[in-house]
Design a binder for this molecule. Sequence first.
Ligand SMILES: [Zn+2]
Length: 178
Amino acid sequence: MEFDESVIVKRIDNLKLITAAEPEHFMTLHCLQCNTVLADSLGVCGELKCIDSIMCIRVTNDVVVSDAIESVHKGEMANCICSHLKCRLCNCVMGKVIHAAPSHLAAIRSIFLLNKARMSCYILDSISMVKASSLSFDMKPLQETVHEARQELEEHLDLMALTCSRLADMSLSSQSST
Ligand SMILES: [Zn+2]
């Protein structure tokens, strides 16, 4: 059975209406238990309210993806295949990463979902630590954000590849001239 992809977009749009503020300020996301930095706001691409999680396209090396792979049978994430995410320092379960999902949840495949209730945020401008649950991470419609973040990453990688090839050319030409 195919799922209608518009369902998730509609849901995110509805959430947008009740959003108070967008996080414009740079912040780091920490493990509530041991304060380890697990992600930053540049890697955040939204939030999935149905499971109270912040969606991150990128996390730090202190987020460990557990080897065990499990399938979800009920709830919002039914029919998803996922692994738990743990904090490297205190070993607390921090959320999950979705390896495979039905088409209506396609946008969250390979996205790190960090449980808001287990996170705190350090807001750089205001030099303050707040509970993640007190903030809204709603941003643009999900698919758009993920698409943009991926595009940005690809552009960045293209630039790096270009720089590398130029450096290689330069070293080749300097070798041949000697
Ligand atoms: Zn921790």
